[in-house]
Design a protein around this ligand. Structure first.
Ligand code: NAD
Length: 335
């Protein structure tokens, strides 16, 4: 195997340049809410970085953008240590990549897995903690270990319970989810921004990030943000067998979960779900950039485990980007 000193200079330079570029774009996107390039362009650069690393594995270090949860936090919000690390997701861009993932799942001890198919909500990832049923904290993902305290802002959101309902409320419950800006309200908010002489948001994802990450929670309260819960973090007093069953439980507790998820038992079922939403992509209340496929059984999830940045038991199948790649470059985005 090649030693790092043996990697040709041009590959090393390309690796450094791509890493720096990706870090810069991630900072603009996650921390400043002012994306400099389109998602498609970002994904292409990331694919370029991974190709260099595949050719020269010695270049892979823990701080490479391909190995870490990309993101960050500002001093505007108090830092929050997540109870459990928040991760990203590995991507598949083709049916071959999806099949390769499923083959690995089977090979690595999860034969007989059922697949939970969900929409990949294009919003902002948050972790919300309930103690004895009471909402005590909400935080952005940040770098996965440390996020930003957005509790006051999340408290203003319709559809996020302050207090869980029903019997048998878990002693501790950390849910992960996505905060999104409903597509139907997007044109209106931008008309309002323009009326106030401000620059419009580039897209609903950007509107969600900009509306959530406000110093003044009253601004957040004036925006129609919504939450969809799609995962669990730390918990005590909750029975967990299958993720799909946990969703029913979370719904009983008053939390918003998607009504569009579906459990299938093989890849052809996954593929049918992907094709259905490729067609119906624009009839969904939020923007989607793909489909997330998860192994449904928690025992199998634990058996598969995680890498430094993503679980091995889930994959995000991304639809091809729809936006014009140059359009975003000219847009100044408001926060
Ligand atoms: P990701 O968006 O590919 O996937 C991980 C995230 O998906 C999770 O953190 C989770 O919050 C979210 N998610 C949505 N629906 C989900 C569901 N049903 N189940 C589980 N998770 C769900 O990875 P990422 O690291 O958050 O971001 C990388 C992506 O962000 C890039 O591929 C690109 O599209 C975009 N990005 C764009 C820019 C830019 O400049 N335009 C910069 C950085 C990142």
């Amino acid at each position: 195997r090649e030693d790092v000193t043996e990697v040709p200079d041009d590959a090393r330079t390309r690796h450094r340049d791509l890493s720096e570029e990706l870090d810069r774009y991630a900072f603009a996107y996650y921390v400043r809410d002012e994306p400099l390039v389109s998602d498609g362009q970002y994904d292409e650069l990331m694919a370029g970085l991974k190709a260099v690393e595949a050719a020269h594995p010695a270049l892979v270090t823990p701080d490479s953008p391909s190995q870490k949860v990309n993101g960050g936090f500002t001093a505007t919000f108090a830092p929050v240590q997540h109870l459990e690390r928040m991760q990203s997701l590995d991507n598949a861009f083709s049916s071959d990549e999806l099949s390769a993932w499923a083959a690995r799942v089977e090979r690595e001890g999860a034969a007989g897995a059922d697949y939970l198919c969900e929409l990949k909500v294009d919003g902002v990832a948050v972790a919300i903690v309930y103690e004895k049923g009471r909402l005590v904290r909400a935080a952005t993902r940040g770098d996965g270990t440390t996020g930003e305290d957005v509790t006051a802002n999340v408290r203003t959101m319709e559809g996020v319970p302050q207090q869980l309902t029903g019997n048998d409320v878990p002693e501790l419950l950390e849910v992960r989810g996505e905060i999104y800006f409903p597509v139907a309200a997007f044109a209106d908010v931008n008309a309002g921004m323009v009326e106030q002489g401000k620059a419009p948001f580039a897209n609903p994802r950007n509107a969600a990030a900009g509306s959530l990450r406000q110093k003044d929670p009253r601004v957040t309260a004036s925006r129609p943000l919504r939450l969809v819960v799609h995962g669990l973090g730390a918990h005590r007093g909750l029975e967990v067998g299958r993720q799909s069953a946990v969703y029913f439980r979370l719904r009983d507790l008053g939390l918003p979960v998607s009504g569009r998820s579906e459990v299938v038992d093989d890849l052809s079922g996954v593929w049918a779900f992907i094709e259905r939403y490729r067609e119906q992509r624009h009839s969904v209340e939020h923007e989607i950039d793909g489909v997330v496929v998860k192994v449904d059984q928690y025992t199998l999830q634990r058996r598969l485990g995680s890498t430094s940045r993503a679980p091995r038991w889930a994959i995000a199948f991304k639809y091809p980007p729809e936006e014009a790649t140059t359009k975003l470059l000219d847009v100044r985005v408001n926060v």
